[in-house]
Design a protein around this ligand. Structure first.
Ligand code: ATP
Ligand code: PRP
Length: 214
C-alpha cells in the first residue's frame, strides 16, 4: 500500500481544511487541537496527517517530509515555493497582505519624498521585494507576531501584515494604505512524490480540487 502524508498547521488552516478533508473522505482519528500527537492516523489506512507550524509547511513538503500540504500564499511567497507544485487554490483562509500605518501618518508623502521607511514584518522577503520594486528604501525590522504594535510604540513607520476584517488594524488605530497581494491557502505537492506516487496522489489532488469547487 502506498502511504500518503498531508502536512497541516493547527488553528485556521486545519479548521478551514477540515470540511474539505471530510468531503474528500478523510477523517483524522484524533483532534489535532486536543491531541499532543504530531502524526495523526485517519479513517483511511493509506493517509496520515502531520501537524506542523504554518510557516514550516513548505519546508516539510519540499523536502519530502510530507507528500501534500496546505499553506497560505503568504507563507509560500515568503518561503520561495520552488520545488513545490501548487496545483489547487483551495480558496480558504482568505485575506489580504497589506501595508498599514498609524492613522495620520503621511505614507504617500513619505514615499514621494524618498524617506527611508522603517517597516516591521514577519514577511521580510516579500516586503523587501515589494518596496524594491517601488524604488522605496526601507529598514526592515523582523518581528515574529503582533506586528500591529510596532508603529504604536515608535518601532516602525509601517507594517506589512495580513488583514481580513480589518478589526485588528482598527483596534490599534492603524489604517491600510497599500495591498501587496490577495492571500488564500493552496494545496501543495512534493514534486518527486507526484512522479513516484502519481497513481495514489492524482486522485486525491483531483478530489481536493472538486471539494474546493475549483
Ligand atoms: P505560525 O504558527 O508559523 O506563527 P501563524 O500563527 O501565522 O503561523 P495562523 O495564524 O494559523 O498561523 O495562520 C495560518 C495562515 O492562515 C496564514 O499563513 C494565512 O495564510 C492565513 N491567515 C492568517 N490570518 C488570517 C486572517 N485573519 N484571515 C484569514 N486568513 C488568515
Ligand atoms: C492575523 C494577522 C492579523 C489578523 C488580521 O493574526 O496577523 O493580526 O489576523 O485579521 P483581521 O483583519 O480580521 O483582524 P491571527 O488572528 O492569525 O493572530 P496570530 O498571527 O497572532 O496567530
Amino acid at each position: 500500500m502506498v502511504k500518503i502524508s498531508i502536512a497541516l498547521s493547527k488553528g485556521r488552516i486545519f479548521d478551514e481544511t477540515a470540511p474539505l478533508l471530510e468531503r474528500v473522505g478523510i477523517r483524522p482519528n484524533d483532534d489535532p487541537e486536543r491531541s499532543r500527537k504530531l502524526v495523526l492516523a485517519t479513517n483511511r489506512r493509506d493517509v496520515q496527517l502531520i501537524v506542523v507550524r504554518a510557516s514550516d509547511t513548505p519546508t516539510y513538503v519540499e523536502r519530502g517530509g510530507a507528500d501534500l500540504g496546505v499553506a497560505g500564499r503568504d507563507v509560500l511567497a515568503e518561503h520561495g515555493g520552488e520545488g513545490l507544485y501548487q496545483p489547487v487554490d483551495l480558496g480558504i483562509a482568505a485575506c489580504r497582505m497589506m501595508v498599514a500605518v498609524r492613522k495620520g501618518f503621511d505614507y504617500a508623502g513619505a514615499v514621494r519624498q524618498g524617506a527611508r521607511l522603517r517597516v516591521a514584518t514577519k514577511y521580510v522577503n516579500i516586503t523587501r521585494e515589494h518596496f524594491a520594486a517601488k524604488g522605496v528604501h526601507v529598514d526592515l525590522i523582523r518581528l515574529y507576531g503582533s506586528m500591529e504594535l510596532a508603529p504604536l510604540v515608535g518601532l516602525a513607520d509601517a507594517i506589512v501584515d495580513l488583514v481580513s476584517t480589518g478589526n485588528t488594524l482598527r483596534a490599534n488605530s492603524l489604517v491600510p494604505v497599500e495591498e501587496i497581494m490577495p492571500v488564500s491557502a493552496r494545496l501543495i505537492v512534493n514534486q518527486a512524490a507526484l512522479k513516484t506516487k502519481r497513481a495514489a496522489l492524482q486522485p486525491l489532488i483531483d478530489a481536493f480540487s472538486k471539494a474546493a469547487g475549483r
